[in-house]
Design a binder for this molecule. Structure first.
Ligand code: TYM
Length: 339
């Protein structure tokens, strides 16, 4: 069978489980916005509410977080006239293809997923079945659109690799060349933004202390305070990047600076060699406020008009279904389900 040509197409998703962080912005959203200009056939961005409920979400909080995340994507430059922006639960084909993939993926594959192990900890038996099957729904999100490129932060790499395994097994089992082998796109200096209090842990929405993360809705004073109080070592910035080896907190701040100013960590080090933290941290705080301030202002404005966000998500869902529905229909035919 000859391989069909898959049109270059981007898909990515974000959970509405709490507010957005600088990690989400630099590791994903900022690049999603840039990729709209990179000549892809389509760019499809999804607020994955069905993924969020794999752990308990208070319904009112889930609703608020969905508006906030959608507002964050719009305020960061995702343009609904150039991209498809929607929330997952409005396109039921995601859950339907997710079920097919539950029957393709193997239990052994799920057992290897480090995110499940980290989230479940010693309490695996008490987690929802949905949390365990999470990666197969994620594969469905991506493959429902025959997406070829998935821009994500480093922590999602294993899930995108599993998506390739699922596509390959489906194609082999049914003797077809139907699903593409998707590439993760993990590029740039901030693919793993670390916690500001502990440079060995990822910055996340759910970390214990608010001081360890920058939230996209933090005001200028809070951003400045958090960067100034960020943990560092006493050494000044080195002459070369190698000098940041074994200095995770220092490396993190340099990477964040590089990502916010669209340059490389090497260039940041060259410009700031020998600088002490008393000089570098305020410069970083000013840069972050200059870049994030306009986004958070716009987010607040958008969040005041929930009806408009709902309208945009509904329109996006209709557009998403136009692509998803024929792909699901063909999948059902391949599997032998009578329609
Ligand atoms: P989520 O909601 O945890 O995060 C959304 C995106 O932000 C990135 N990210 C980070 N990048 C760098 N440094 C950090 N500290 C950081 N924290 C978060 C994540 O890598 C991600 O790209 N499983 C996904 C959601 C998902 C998805 C998909 C993604 C569902 N279906 C299909 C891509 C394609 C997740 O939990 O992302």
């Amino acid at each position: 069978m000859t391989a069909p040509q898959f049109t270059p197409r981007v898909f990515s998703g974000i959970k509405p489980s709490g507010g957005l962080t600088l990690g989400n912005y630099l590791g994903a959203i900022k690049r999603w916005s840039d990729m709209q200009d990179d000549g892809y056939d389509s760019t499809i961005y999804c607020v994955v509410d069905l993924h969020a409920i794999t752990v308990w979400q208070d319904p009112a909080d889930l609703r608020d977080a969905t508006y906030e995340v959608a507002a964050g994507l719009l305020a960061s430059g995702i343009d609904p006239s150039r991209s498809i922006l929607f929330n997952q639960s409005q396109v039921p084909e995601h859950a339907e293809l997710g079920w097919i993939f539950n029957c393709v993926a193997r239990v052994g594959w799920m057992n290897r997923m480090t995110q499940f192990k980290e989230k479940a900890g010693k309490n695996a038996e008490k987690q929802s079945l949905g949390l365990y099957a999470y990666p197969s729904l994620m594969a469905a999100d991506i493959l429902l659109y025959h997406a070829t490129h998935v821009p994500v932060g480093e922590d999602q790499k294993q899930h995108v690799e599993l998506t390739r395994d699922i596509a390959q097994k489906f194609n082999n089992d049914y003797g077809v060349d139907f699903f593409p082998l998707t590439e993760p796109v993990i590029e740039g200096p901030a693919m793993r933004v670390m916690n500001l209090r502990d440079g060995t842990k990822k910055m996340s929405k759910s970390g214990e202390s608010d001081m360890e993360r920058i939230n996209m809705l933090d005001d200028a004073d809070t951003i400045s305070k958090k960067f100034k109080k960020a943990r560092t070592d006493p050494e000044p910035l080195p002459e070369t990047l190698e000098g940041l080896k074994d200095r995770p907190e220092a490396r993190n701040l340099v990477d964040i600076y590089a990502a916010l100013s669209d340059t490389t960590p090497e260039a940041v080090i060259t410009e700031n060699a020998g600088a002490g933290w008393g000089q570098f941290k305020p410069a970083l705080a000013d840069l972050a406020v200059a870049k994030l301030g306009p986004i958070s202002d716009e987010m607040r404005r958008l969040m005041d008009d929930k009806a408009e966000i709902e309208r945009l998500l509904r329109t996006g869902s209709d557009k998403a279904r136009e692509i998803a529905s024929p792909i699901l229909r063909r999948t059902y035919e391949i599997v032998g389900l009578v329609r």
